[in-house]
Each structure stands twice: as C-alpha cells, then as structure tokens.
Design a protein around this ligand. Structure first.
Ligand code: NAD
Ligand code: UD1
Length: 339
C-alpha cells in the first residue's frame, strides 16, 4: 500500500517508516517540522536502503497544500502522527493544542474523504483512560478524565473519528492507544531528542547519563506500588512501529472501527528503569526523591491481548533492549540531529 504518514519526521513516525518499508509498503511524508528535523528522513532512507523518503514540508492545517499532495499521489491509507504532544506546554497553551491537533485532524480527514482515501490509523494514548478503572487496562475499560489539554485532544479526536466512521461506514478507523514509548532504532541512527527539559522519564535518564543534567528527580516514592514509585508499561518504539504495520494489514477486516492497546502488558517502576539502565549500560544515574508530579497516577499498564488475537502483533523487545537502545541513540547523538 502507499501510505500517507503525517508527522513522519518525528520520533514514532520515523521508526514506523522503517517498518513500513520493511513490509514492502511505500510512503509519503507530510510534516511541518515544528518538532522534528528532516535529517531523520535522510537516515530513514539510509536504513531502509532507498534513495529518499518522499517528503512535503506541509502543515496539515493547510488544506490547499494537503490537496496538492493528494492530487500528486494515489494514497491508500493514512497513519496520522502529526500533533503537538508536550503535556506541560498544553496546559500553558490550550488553544494552540486544540487548534493544531483537532483543527489539523479535521482538515486532514476532510481532504482524505474528498480524495476517496478513507483508511486512517490514529495515534492515541493510554492517557485517555485517565486514572484507569482497572489494571491491567483492556480496551473495554471506560475512558476517564484527562488531566491536561493534550490528553483531551486525544480523547476528543477518538470521538471525532468514531462519529465520522459511524456516519459513513466506508471509513476504516483504527485507534491505537500507546502506552509509554521508549528506546530507539538499534542502529542508534534515529531516536527522540526532546526540546528543552524532558518531560518523560527515559529521555531524562539518558540526559543524566550523558552529563547534560546532574541528576534525575523521581516524582514520588509513596505510591501504592512495590517500591513506591510510579509503574508504567514501557514499550520499545520499534515494537510500537511494527504495531502500525500490523494494524494496516488488518485495516480492511477491522469492521470499520477498532481500538487497540499497544503495550507490553508488563509494568515497571521508575526505579526498575533506573536500575536496568545502570545494569545494562554500566552508567550511574544519580537521583533524588521529589514530591509527586501533579496529574500522575500510581500504576498504568496494558492488557495487550486484543492486538495479539486480532492483529497477530505483540511486543518483542524487553526492558534491557529498551534501556540499551535509548542509551545507544543518546550516546551517539548527544545533541540530537545536527541542525
Ligand atoms: P513527535 O513530536 O516526535 O512527532 C510529531 C510530528 O508531528 C513532529 O515531527 C511535528 O513536527 C509534526 N507536526 C506537529 N503538528 C503538525 C502539523 N500541524 N502539521 C504537520 N506536522 C505536524 O512526537 P511522537 O512522539 O513521534 O508522537 C507521534 C504521535 O503519537 C503524536 O500524535 C503523539 O501525541 C502520539 N503519542 C506519543 C506518545 C509518546 O510518548 N511519544 C504517547 C502517546 C501518543
Ligand atoms: C506522560 C503524560 C501522558 C503522555 C505520556 C507520553 C503526564 C502526567 N502524563 O505519561 O499524558 O501521554 O507522558 O508522552 O505528564 N518520572 C519521574 N521523573 C521524571 C519524569 C518522569 O519520576 O523526570 C516518573 C513519572 O512520575 C511516572 C513515570 O516516570 O511515574 C513515567 O513518566 P513519563 O515518562 O512522563 O510518562 P507518563 O507520566 O506515564
């Protein structure tokens, strides 16, 4: 299939491109580069053994520019990663988050339907479960109250896409709820380099390891978890990427609308991650215990059985691979991609 990958220059998009090419698909990328560097696409081409990834520097809110891409390419489906994703920033700039993520997606799906392309895979998040009603979390678990505008854009867009599919059953919509993506391509050539102070645990750990930050703050050690620190379902980004290809291969038989958790089903605490990183990479990670972070929950991990049963997909990488590949990327690219 020929796939439109919005946000393809970003962290998860670039890894997914590799898996798409590996599975024999072709891709066209649109990205406004607001949180990425086109060097990622050059490296994707190198890793995939192709000349170059077809790329348009296009903002998905720009209808005219998107129209042009659709007129120039016959596209079978869209994997839609484009969006703003910084939780803290979304609290400061809610309008920008709703306008970009929701406004952009509305333009995208309108242009898609006008061009007869009605297959979409959407990047959602475990954040839509809020403080989950059950652990491990299945897809039947009710959606919850999000603690920030970023989370609400995901929850609302799930509803938007669901309603569009109900009104026009010729759409195929797959909502993928990611748990906590970490790691990088084992080559160390592509990975994640967040702007400013990392919000997420793994990039913070790797920046401490590389000497950019003196120590990690562990947000709370009084949660009702085995060691008192928060427990999450970390998933290697290459596993996450292959989940998209599995969803794509099943898109025609997904009965119009389908939701899948993409997680490993295994919960690890903050200190489990720190200790695994130190053990595998032989780098010390000094840390101090800090107060809990507002909006955090104690425990969040998936039951990924539905994706395995229906898509034949399951995560293959373990915690040692995750911490090794995160470090390999950071060590080889201490300042991210060259500007
Ligand atoms: P990322 O920031 O690396 O990638 C997103 C890409 O979208 C960037 O390259 C950015 O430049 C582009 N973009 C943003 N707004 C755009 C617009 N209006 N038009 C065109 N391009 C635009 O983020 P990521 O970690 O790769 O995440 C990909 C998707 O997965 C996002 O939708 C994110 O919300 C979602 N998600 C991420 C995580 C995570 O922890 N990384 C977890 C759950 C869900
Ligand atoms: C966070 C977001 C979530 C988003 C997800 C992926 C919040 C409240 N949630 O999830 O909406 O979908 O990222 O981008 O921001 N931790 C530390 N020290 C740190 C950083 C994190 O101890 O410096 C702890 C956290 O308290 C948590 C765990 O590490 O227990 C994971 O945190 P993080 O990587 O930010 O992911 P989530 O909080 O699960």
């Amino acid at each position: 299939m020929n796939i439109l990958v919005t946000g393809g220059a970003g962290y998860i998009g670039s890894h997914t491109l590799i898996e798409l090419y590996k599975a024999g698909h072709t891709a066209v990328v649109v990205d406004n580069l607001s949180n990425s560097n086109p060097e990622s696409l050059r490296r994707v081409a190198e890793l995939a053994g192709i000349e170059q990834v077809p790329f348009y520097k296009v903002d998905i809110r720009d209808r005219e520019a998107l129209e042009k891409v659709f007129s120039q390419h016959k596209l079978d489906a869209c994997i839609h990663f484009a969006g703003l994703k910084a939780v803290g920033e979304s609290v400061e700039k809610p309008w920008e988050y709703y306008e970009n993520n929701i406004g952009g997606t509305l333009v995208l799906v309108d242009v898609m339907r006008q061009h007869g392309c009605k297959n979409i895979i959407f990047s959602s998040s475990a954040t839509v479960y809020g403080d989950p009603a059950q652990i491990p979390i299945t897809e039947q678990c009710p959606k919850g109250t999000c603690t920030n505008p970023y989370g609400w854009t995901k929850s609302m867009l799930e509803q938007v896409l669901t309603d569009i599919q109900h009104a026009d059953p010729s759409w195929n919509v797959v909502l993928l709820r990611y748990f906590n993506p970490v790691g990088a391509h084992p080559s160390g050539r592509i990975g994640e380099y967040p702007n400013g102070i990392p919000n997420n645990l793994m990039p913070y750990i790797t920046q401490v390891a590389v000497g950019k930050r003196p120590q990690l703050g562990v947000f709370g050690n009084d949660y009702p978890t085995p060691d008192g620190t928060g427990v999450r379902d970390y998933i290697h980004v290459c596993d996450l990427a292959s989940g998209h290809v599995s969803a794509l291969q099943a898109i025609d038989r997904c009965c119009g609308l389908a939701i899948y958790n993409l997680g490993t089903g295994q919960g690890y605490s903050v200190l489990d991650m720190v200790h695994a990183f130190e053990r595998v990479n032989h780098v010390p990670i000094p840390y101090t215990i800090q107060p809990r972070r507002a909006g955090d929950i104690a425990t969040c991990y998936s039951n990924p059985a539905k994706a395995e049963a229906e898509l034949g997909w399951k995560a293959r990488y373990g915690i040692d691979d995750m911490v090794r590949d995160s470090w390999n990327w950071q060590r080889n690219n201490p300042d991210g991609y060259p500007c």
